[in-house]
Design a protein around this ligand. Structure first.
Ligand code: AMP
Ligand code: ZN
Length: 120
């Protein structure tokens, strides 16, 4: 199978069912991805145990990122399916540290997936 995430061996964090890496094309300093070790395309198809493993790593990563970069906030997000913007068809959760001033008007955050609807 041709999957870039299945080929990754260099993890920042890992547990039995999942691992974490830095995003190769980060939106912000410290942008990380949390990935189940099993190849699964869609977030809704992972097991409860895999979800828990991923969220445990997110907690660990948050502590590391707080210590290393002291971000002012975070966005957590998953693109589920091509229409939502998913480009790598192996589930991954994005953890994006946010810094004051990294965008002119952050209001609405993840609502920005539909840029015209970000503000309400
Ligand atoms: P998505 O659009 O949600 O499928 O996100 C895919 C993410 O994977 C993007 O943020 C890319 O920057 C990131 N990415 C693509 N290739 C690699 C790679 N080889 N190693 C780490 N991250 C990658
Ligand atoms: Zn894969």
């Amino acid at each position: 199978m041709n999957c870039i995430f299945c080929e990754i061996k260099d993890y920042i964090l890992e547990n039995e069912l999942a691992f974490a890496i830095l995003d190769k094309f980060p939106v912000n300093k410290g942008h990380m991805l949390f990935i189940p070790k099993r190849h699964v395309k869609d977030f809704f198809d992972i097991t409860k145990e895999e979800r828990q493993a991923i969220f445990e790593l997110i907690d660990e990563a948050k502590n590391l990122l707080d210590e290393k970069y002291s971000p002012d906030g975070y966005n957590i997000g998953v693109n589920c399916g091509q229409v939502s913007g998913q480009t790598v068809m192996h589930v991954h959760v994005h953890l994006i540290p946010r810094y004051i001033g990294d965008t002119k008007c952050p209001k609405g955050g993840v609502r920005g997936v539909i840029p015209d609807k970000m503000k309400y």
